[in-house]
Design a protein around this ligand. Structure first.
Ligand SMILES: Nc1ncnc2c1ncn2[C@@H]1O[C@H](COP(=O)(O)OP(=O)(O)O)[C@@H](O)[C@H]1O
Ligand SMILES: [Mg+2]
Length: 372
C-alpha cells in the first residue's frame, strides 16, 4: 500500500500544491502550527474516515476558500488507483477511480493507514469513548461492512432513545419497546461479535509487542468490558450475545425511560487494559502508557497486513519526540518495509533514519528539500 502522489487545494492552512512521495520514509519537518498535522490528516481522509481530530467537514476547508479538494494517486491491490475527496457546503464527496460514491464512507477499506499521534495517549488515559472508537475504526478498515453495522446501530439507538423520551411523556405504546430492544440487540450483538473476534487476535499481538518493549518484565492484558454482563467470554455466539443483551435491556426499561437513554450495549462497552494485573489508566507510568499505545498501533498495523495481504501506510504524527531512544528504535525496526510519514519539529529525529524524501512545512507551504 503506497501513496505515490497527492495534490490539494483549500484544505485547512495548506497552500495549493502537488507532492510526490517516497515509497519508504517521508520526513516532514516544521515548527509548530505550520501544517504538519494538517498534511497527515489530509492523507488520512483518503481512507474515507472522518478527521481523527473530530473536526467537522466544514471546518476542514480553508478559512479563505469555500471548498477543498484533495487528489491522491495510490498503489494497492496490485494496481494504481485514484481517490479524490471534495469538501463543500459542509459535505464530503468521494470519487474512487472516476466513480463518484454516494457515501464517502463507501471507500473505507480500500486505502489503508495506521495513524499514531499524541492524541492516542487518550487510549490509555481517558474515557471509554476513545477505546471504542479505536476498536471500531480498526475493524472498519478490515471489514468495511462493519461500518454499516455501526451506523445502523447508532441510528436505531437514537430512535430507541427518542422513543423512551416520548414514552416518558405520553405513557403509551409500551409494547413497542420490545421491538426497539430486539432491533438494537440484533445490531448490537453483531457489533460485539465483531469486536470480540478482533480482540481475540489483537490481544495476543499486543501481548507480544508489549512483552518485547518491556524486555519481558511486564505483562499486558486487554479485556473486553461488557455493559450488559461482566462475565462474558470471547467465544460467545451471536445468538447468545443477543439473548444476553435483550434480557439486560428488559431489566433496565424503567431506568432507561427515566433518563431517556439506553444504559447498555456496545456504545457503553469498554476495553480494560491491565499491566501486571493493574489498570494501566490509574497505575501506568507515562512510559508504560506510551508503550501500550505503541503496542496497540503495531498490533493494528500487523493485523491489517495479515488480513489484507497489504501493509498499511504508517503516519507518525509528532510521536518521535514522545518516545525515548529505545522505543523509537523499536518502532522503526518494526515498521519494516512500509511507507512511513514522520512529522517532527526536531531535526535530531532524522538521525539514523534511512530517509526517502524530506519535506519542509512553513505556514502551510510544503517544499521538498535535499536537507535542512
Ligand atoms: N480551516 C482552516 N483554515 C485555515 N487554517 C486552518 C484551518 N484549520 C486549521 N488551520 C491552521 O492550521 C494550523 C495548524 O496546523 P497543524 O497542522 O495542526 O500544525 P502542526 O505543524 O503543528 O502540526 C494553525 O495555524 C491553524 O490556524
Ligand atoms: Mg501537529
Amino acid at each position: 500500500m503506497k501513496i505515490l502522489k497527492m495534490a490539494f487545494k483549500g484544505y485547512r492552512n495548506l497552500k495549493e500544491n502537488e507532492l510526490e512521495f517516497s515509497p519508504g520514509i517521508n520526513f516532514v519537518f516544521g515548527k509548530n502550527a505550520q501544517g504538519k498535522t494538517n498534511l497527515m490528516e489530509a492523507i488520512l481522509m483518503f481512507t474515507g474516515a472522518r478527521s481523527f481530530r473530530g473536526t467537522k467537514d466544514a471546518d476542514l476547508v480553508s478559512f479563505e476558500s469555500d471548498f477543498a479538494r484533495i487528489d491522491g494517486k495510490f498503489f494497492f491491490e496490485n494496481t494504481e488507483h485514484e481517490i479524490t475527496i471534495i469538501f463543500s457546503g459542509g459535505k464530503r464527496k468521494a470519487i474512487f477511480d472516476d466513480i463518484t460514491k454516494s457515501y464517502p464512507t463507501n471507500i473505507i477499506g480500500r486505502f489503508k493507514t495506521v495513524l499514531f499521534s499524541p492524541v492516542h495517549l487518550s487510549l490509555v488515559k481517558d474515557g471509554p469513548d476513545y477505546r471504542r472508537r479505536f476498536l471500531d475504526a480498526a475493524i472498519c478498515q478490515l471489514k468495511p461492512t462493519y461500518t454499516k453495522t455501526v451506523s445502523k446501530y447508532n441510528q436505531v439507538l437514537r430512535q430507541r432513545n427518542s422513543f423512551l423520551k416520548m414514552f416518558n411523556q405520553s405513557k403509551s405504546g409500551f409494547e413497542l419497546l420490545d421491538v426497539w430492544d430486539s432491533k438494537l440487540s440484533d445490531l448490537g450483538a453483531k457489533m460485539i461479535k465483531e469486536r470480540l473476534e478482533y480482540l481475540k487476535i489483537f490481544k495476543n499481538k499486543v501481548f507480544s509487542f508489549y512483552n518485547d518493549i518491556s524486555g519481558g518484565k511486564e505483562k499486558i492484558e486487554v479485556k473486553y468490558s461488557f455493559s450488559v454482563n461482566k462475565n462474558i467470554n470471547l467465544g460467545l455466539s451471536l445468538e447468545e450475545i443477543k439473548k444476553i443483551m435483550i434480557s439486560k435491556l428488559e431489566k433496565t426499561h424503567e431506568s432507561d425511560i427515566k433518563t431517556g437513554s439506553t444504559s447498555c450495549g456496545p456504545h457503553k462497552d469498554d476495553l480494560e487494559i491491565l499491566i501486571n494485573e493493574k489498570p494501566a489508566k490509574y497505575f501506568g507510568s507515562q512510559g508504560q502508557q506510551r508503550s501500550v499505545v505503541l503496542a496497540f498501533k503495531l498490533a493494528e498495523a500487523m493485523i491489517l497486513e495479515e488480513f489484507s495481504g497489504e501493509s498499511p501506510v504508517v503516519l507518525l504524527d509528532d510521536v518521535m519526540s514522545e518516545l525515548d531512544d529505545f522505543r523509537k528504535k523499536y518502532l522503526l525496526k518494526n515498521l519494516g518495509k512500509r511507507q512511513v510519514f514522520i512529522t517532527s519539529c526536531d531535526k535530531s529525529d532524522l538521525k539514523k533514519l534511512e530517509i526517502g524524501k524530506l519535506f519542509k512545512v512553513e505556514n502551510g507551504k510544503i517544499m521538498q528539500v535535499k536537507n535542512f
